[in-house]
Design a protein around this ligand. Sequence first.
Ligand SMILES: *Cc1c(COP(=O)(O)O)cnc(C)c1O
Length: 378
Amino acid sequence: MIHFNVPPATGDELVYLEQAIQSGKICGDGDFTRKCNSWMERRFHAQKVLLTTSGTTALDMAMILCGLQPGDEVILPSFTFSSTATAAVLVGAKLVFVDVRPDTMNIDETRIEQAITDRTRVIVAMHYAGVACEMDTIMDIARRHNLKVVEDAAQAVMATYKGRALGTIGDFGCYSFHETKNLSMGEGGALVINNSAYNEQAEILREKGTNRAKFFRGQVDKYTWVDFGDSYLPSELNAAYLWAQLQKADEINDDRMRSWEIYRRELEPLAQAGKVELPVVPQGCVHNAHMFYLKCRDLEERTALIAYMKEQGIQLVFHYIPLHSSPAGWKFGRFDGQDLYTTVESDRLVRLPMYYGLRPEDIEEVVHHLYAFYGVAR
Ligand SMILES: *Cc1c(COP(=O)(O)O)cnc(C)c1O
């Protein structure tokens, strides 16, 4: 059986977990949390990074920090995970869905401006498959209309746009370390804050509304409840697991990139034969091999392919049901402009097995059965 995903483990996780337990502190914001935060700050040239309990809660924090009021509007793609949208719903914002580009499946930057109204406050750029949205254009639109930009970089840790780490370009960036992501802590994420004016409010929000972070730094002599807050601190146990992954972040990334390149090389002839389409990575974008997907002819063919591969012991998956055609998306938002690509393209997209440690012989088996399904000789 070739699974679609296997959670990453480098072998050092137990060592750090043991250390966390021995330290006598397993709640949040201990040594491992601090080490993870500063590793990301250095590596991604980020002003400030705070570990969170998930990518979803990092998005929640970003939306709260954007200061959204009920009735404000948030522009986002419909082709995304529910978390991108629920964060906006949490603060009472209305969702305005925009179509995606068929090449990258990212929000179509040329359709954003026409969706802006006098209630628009935020644009969410979700970097699908770790391939960057067209950030220069998006940042320019945001500047001209005085909007904030939140990067949903859940899939994009270690990926860059014109040399800059994804997550560090907009006002806020949100990472996920869920077990299905490139680097993991089981459940977890991080908020990247790119404007220091938000640092203090973010720390308060994350620490149940208290100024405890300031207290620990010796900046106040007792801590107290100062504002609205919630609990977004992961435990040191999760941070210890992530620390093992960050130590090997390049090895994990290189391994995935190798697998991605094999898929691309071996499937190129199938694409040339007109049977499938392969992912596109625009110039200036360095991706992180978060996923390898194909586009089939249509939904019917995709359904048949998934069933066929399952019989061969290979697990393929698809996503997302476009949010604007889901019950909640319908309730909390509207689609601006025409749905030229979101529905048809998502219907035919299928993801191949991709994880750290995927063996070349397993890739070969997947490729072999893909050619067999399409009746193309190699
Ligand atoms: C995984 C993911 C999230 C949510 O991250 P969690 O850590 O699972 O909460 C949000 N947005 C996108 C695009 C994702 O892929």
